[in-house]
Design a protein around this ligand. Structure first.
Ligand code: PGA
Length: 270
């Protein structure tokens, strides 16, 4: 494998609608000392990403400015600017120092009603602005019980990537988050997560041809905590985690980062 095939593990926090600016600054103050050894290294491994609410992005960006921790947003609109009341554009996120943006999270698809078509436009807009989209896919419990999990995730992956060119695909991160595992305390079995993620990779390969998926990081998300992250990270198929509830506590999130480091100590192409 060449240099481009190196998939750096990614530990991503999705704070959802949690934390005021004051609480964000307290988190930063407590988190940094817990992961100092990891952040001191020249070559941060794993990559750590925090996606706070829009309102906390400037404060978190300044608090973490001298540390290798990436900041992202939880959503984005697909236009650069204009009469779109209440929306935030990719350029605005870039301007605040964001490097990533979560797109198509299940709460946006299922609670707010975002369609796959909108998700694809947001992925496109993020890339146009130089942001890396974290494209979320995942089946509902009914879909899993009906035996449709692989197909649903393949379809969501194909649709989410429909406006992405092959040469851009390595900038997309895919997060497999079964809807029934999010915020429920019921994580997927690592074997099941690995099976879906392998299928997502095959789908990426079928979209672009060849082995494009070798450059695309695919994360698992859904009730990840320090007590179970190792069982996901020791699977070759899984490149990291998108963490909701357990990312809100700085000590727990630091434990997650250190566990990923121990589970994936490699710094060279596998
Ligand atoms: P959870 O959320 O870790 O609280 O299950 C994950 C997510 O929604 O990204």
């Amino acid at each position: 494998m060449g240099e481009s095939q190196l998939r750096v593990p990614l530990l991503a926090a999705n704070w959802k609608m949690n934390k005021t600016v004051g609480e964000t600054l307290s988190f930063a103050g407590a988190f940094i000392p817990e992961v100092q050894s990891l952040l001191d290294s020249q070559d941060p491994w794993p990559e750590i990403l925090i996606c706070p609410p829009f309102t906390s992005i400037p404060a978190l960006s300044s608090a973490l400015a001298s540390y290798p921790v990436a900041i992202g947003a939880q959503d984005v609109y697909w236009q650069e600017k204009g009469a779109f009341t209440g929306e935030i554009s990719p350029l605005m996120l870039k301007d605040l120092g964001c490097r990533y943006v979560i797109v198509g999270h299940s709460e946006r698809r299922h609670v707010i009603g975002e369609t796959g078509e909108l998700v694809a436009k947001k992925v496109r807009a993020a890339l146009d602005a130089g942001l890396k989209p974290v494209l979320c896919v995942g089946e509902t419990l009914v879909q899993r019980e009906q035996g449709d999990a692989l197909k649903v995730n393949a379809d969501m992956t194909r649709e989410g990537l429909s406006l992405v060119k092959r040469e851009e695909s390595s900038h997309v991160v895919i997060a497999y988050e079964p809807v029934w595992a999010i915020g429920t305390g019921k994580e997927a079995r690592p074997d099941d997560a690995a099976e879906v993620i392998s299928h997502i990779r095959e789908t990426v390969d079928s979209v672009y041809g060849g082995n494009a998926s070798e450059d695309v990081r695919v994360l698992y998300g859904g009730s990840v905590k320090s007590g179970n992250i190792r069982s996901f990270m020791t699977r070759e198929e899984i490149d990291g985690a998108l963490v909701g509830g357990a990312s809100l506590d700085p000590v727990e999130f630091a434990r997650l980062a250190l566990t990923v480091l121990r589970a994936r100590p490699d710094r060279r192409a596998r």
